[in-house]
Structures are given as C-alpha cells and as structure tokens.
Write a protein that binds this ligand. Structure first.
Ligand SMILES: [Fe+2]
Ligand SMILES: [Fe+2]
Length: 468
C-alpha cells in the first residue's frame, strides 16, 4: 500500500497515457475513423487534444521520476499535483468513450420487422432473388415463411437458432405479383420488375434517425409515396446515413420500424454511410443491412452488384471521401464495368459524392470532391457509366461530367445544407432546403430522372439517353 502511495503520481501518469493510447489505437483502427478525422475539423481537434494530453502525461510522469531521483521535493509536489489533475480525465474519459462508441453494453441484435431485400443473385428469369429478412433480440428458430403467386404457395421453415432470420425467394418471374407472410402474420404483397418494359427505381439518402435535426415526418411521407402501389416503384435503394450514430442500437430499431412501410412491399438495398459505420457501427450496418448470404461474393459485403435484365446497379462503399475505396474495391469495380455490355444501363450508387455544388464547412470542401473525382471517376468515364447517385451532401443536384450524369440526392430527412456557395462548373441544376428523393425510370434507351419532394411533386426532371 505504501509503495502505491509513494509512487502514485508516476502510476497515474502512466495509466492515463496508457488509457489514452489504447483508446486512440482502437478508435483509429475502426472502419471509418480516418475519414472522420480528415473530413471533420471538430473531431480532428478532439483527437489531437487527447493525443497531446497523453504525451503531456507521459512526459510529466518521466519528468517526475527524474526529479525524484534528484530528490527535489518542491519539484515533486508541484509536478505530482499537475499529474493528478491531468490524469483524472485521462483515466476516466477513454473507458467512458469506449463503452459509448464501442457499443460494449449494446445488445447483439434488436428486433426489426421483416423487410424485402434484393439479393445479388440473379434468378433464372433475369431478376434478383429476394430475401425476406428480419432480426430478433433473442436467438430463436422455427419461423416459417409462406410465399407464392397466383399459381401456388411454398412454405419454408427455419431449422436453426439465430438472431438473423432470412428466407430467400428464388427464381422469381418478372412483372408478377407475389405474396408472403411470416407464420400466421399479416400477408404482404410485392411485384417484381419487368425485364422488357420500364424499370422504376427510388433512390434516397441521409435520414439520420436519432438526430434531433432529422425530420422524420418528412421521411415518413416520402416512404409512403415510395410504398404506394399507384406510384409503381419496383425497387428502393437507400444509400447511407440511415442513422445518426451507427453504434447506438435503438437508432437502428427506429430506422427499420419506420422504413418498414416501404421495405415490406418494395424490395430494398442499402449502401453504407459514414454515420452508419461510425466506430463500432460497422457491425450493426453489416448485421442489419447486408446479412451474410445476400450476395454471391460474401467477402466484400460493403460493395455489390444487382442485375435486372439489361440494367446493372453497382453499389460501392464510399463514405467520407475516398478512404474506403480500397484496391480490392477498385479491382472489383473495374471487373464489373468490363463485364457489362456497352448497350446496357450502368448505374453506380454510393454514399460519398463526386461532382457537387456546396460549401466549405468544418475544414472540408463539401463540393466537387477532388479525391473521389481523381481516384474513382476515371473508371466511370472509361466504361461510360450512365448515372451515378450519391448522398452525404444534404442537398439535391444533377451534374454532368464527361458524359456521366451525377445525381446528389441526400435529402431524405437529415438537416439540409445551407444554400451552396460554390456552384460546380458541371452543374445542370441544384437546390437546397428541400426534402426529396430521386425517382428514376429506365425505359429502353432513355432514362427519366425526377427529384420529388415529400408531396411527390417534381422539383426537377431530366430525360437523357445512354452515355455512348
Ligand atoms: Fe448525412
Ligand atoms: Fe454522410
């Protein structure tokens, strides 16, 4: 006991430095933290302050030891007081921060309602197999799914205990109305897309469930428009920032319960947003949005391809800027683009944007992103991608560069950006302070893209031909 008392200052200093270093190493090893530090000036400062505090403590501890060996008592008293004051936050804050952003007290899963998810596996009639997917807080087994069309029913029964319940509806026929129900629950209906007529896609981004600034009533209105059979949407892509903090369980619960009005009747898929994967959020994103078995390439998960007849949708993992655009993803992207016939439609979706109008904010230019433009768009140009949709920037815009159309559609309920200060030279149209989503109709050689507000009114429409 006496030994601890005698050496308390240097023990506290080293403990504080150790806690800070451990937290920083853990945080920096998380999926999207590097992007957070590069793009967000506030968090950069917080991390820097933490690092400096750790260094000061380490130096003070060593200095204290050195003074002690010289038996300078006055120096000891002064320095030990400083060490005690600095080491208190250094010992308390990192474990608290870790338990909050590391989700260590979180449930492994929360209950989420059944949703229809397009798989990356194309059935024998040329459209994706569809998964009915839901999660339960408890691992259970024995759920049944009954599904079919007018010609009959199939019943599938789960036979292993799990939190993740997935039933695959395979070899679906195009342009057909199907029904499904879990156990004796409510019967739900959905229709498959046509492979010869129009293909009708809804794309939206940035709700931020859990944020006090999220306009959930606007999101609900837009979800009901997407779900409305009269509007005839075949599929829905939500491309990131579904929740404010991906490491908080009940934000996912709120998100899926709210989205269910659309996702129970319109086959849906997601792209990862920087808020979804923040700190320990990546696991939640993977568990809820890309359960294993949804795509053929089970390893990638954060990027995948959906084929519907002659329309090919490549969903990428671009979150803050180009940090998550790895060599593996670049190789995958090029392979996919190479394999798509020239006369087919190629649509790329990602959370992070490329060309955009916007403003400087918090240490970052939120417009024409030089990094994503330099690193990624040369492939779009080389393979004549037709349309790229992204979010992240909470406004709306349509741009064209090198024959590729770029739609910015991050206005599904998150706090709108201010009016753009910088107008991109590639801009065709932009607006701010709107809540809207993107309505895309592919019809033969033409694509009609419409930004629709929460009343389903068209804010802007453009019909364009394929990029040839
Ligand atoms: Fe966002
Ligand atoms: Fe974002």
């Amino acid at each position: 006991m006496n030994y601890i008392k005698r050496h308390a200052p240097e023990i506290l200093a080293l403990l504080g430095a150790f806690f800070i270093t451990s937290f920083l190493i853990w945080a920096l090893s998380q999926h999207a933290t590097i992007g957070l530090l590069r793009v967000n000036g506030f968090y950069k400062l917080v991390f820097l302050a933490f690092g400096v505090l750790g260094l000061i403590l380490l130096a003070a501890g060593l200095c204290y030891l050195w003074i002690k060996t010289k038996k300078n008592i006055r120096g000891n008293c002064w320095l030990s007081a400083l060490i005690i004051i600095l080491s208190i936050p250094a010992i308390i804050v990192p474990p608290l921060a870790f338990s909050f952003v590391g989700g260590i007290f979180s449930a492994a899963f929360v209950d989420t309602p059944p949703q229809l998810m397009m798989t990356g596996i194309t059935g024998k009639y040329g459209i994706p197999d569809i998964a009915v997917y839901f999660t339960t807080g408890e691992a259970v087994s024995g759920y049944t799914l009954t599904w079919g069309d007018d010609s009959g029913n199939t019943t599938l029964t789960e036979n292993k205990k799990t939190n993740q319940h997935m039933f695959i509806l395979n070899d679906l026929k195009p342009d057909t109305r199907y029904h499904y129900r879990i156990d004796n629950g409510q019967i739900a209906y959905f229709s498959t897309p046509s492979t010869s007529g129009q293909l009708h896609i809804a794309v939206a981004s940035d709700v931020h469930y859990g944020s006090e600034n999220a306009k959930n009533d606007m999101t609900a209105k837009m979800l009901s428009e997407i779900a409305d059979p009269a509007n005839g949407f075949d599929m829905f892509f939500f491309i990131g920032d579904l929740v404010e903090y991906g490491f908080i369980d009940n934000q996912w619960e709120e998100a899926f319960n709210s989205f269910n009005m659309a996702t129970s009747v319109i086959p849906t898929r997601y792209a990862a947003g920087n808020h979804d994967t923040l700190f320990s959020g990546l696991n939640n994103y993977l568990n809820y949005c890309v359960p294993e078995g949804l795509d053929e390439d089970a390893e990638a998960r954060l990027w995948y391809r959906i084929d519907i007849g002659s329309t090919h949708i490549l969903v990428m993992d671009v979150e803050w800027s180009a940090e998550t655009y790895t060599k593996a993803q670049a190789e995958w992207l090029e392979q996919q683009l190479q394999s798509i016939p020239e006369d087919d439609w190629t649509i790329v979706l990602s959370h992070g944007f490329y060309y955009a109008s916007g403003q400087y904010s918090n240490g970052w230019n939120w417009y024409d992103n030089e990094e994503t433009i330099d690193k990624i768009t040369p492939l779009f140009n080389a393979y004549k991608v037709d349309l790229v949709c992204s979010g992240h920037l909470h406004n709306l815009g349509l741009l064209e560069a090198n024959g590729v159309k770029y739609a910015v559609c991050g206005a599904f309920g998150g706090l709108p950006e201010p009016e753009p200060v910088y107008i991109s030279p590639f801009s065709l149209w932009e607006t701010a302070n709107q809540y809207a989503f993107t309505d895309i109709v592919i019809d033969g050689d033409a694509c009609t893209l419409t930004f629709r507000d929460y009343n389903f009114n068209a804010l802007y429409t453009l019909t364009f031909d394929q990029n040839r």
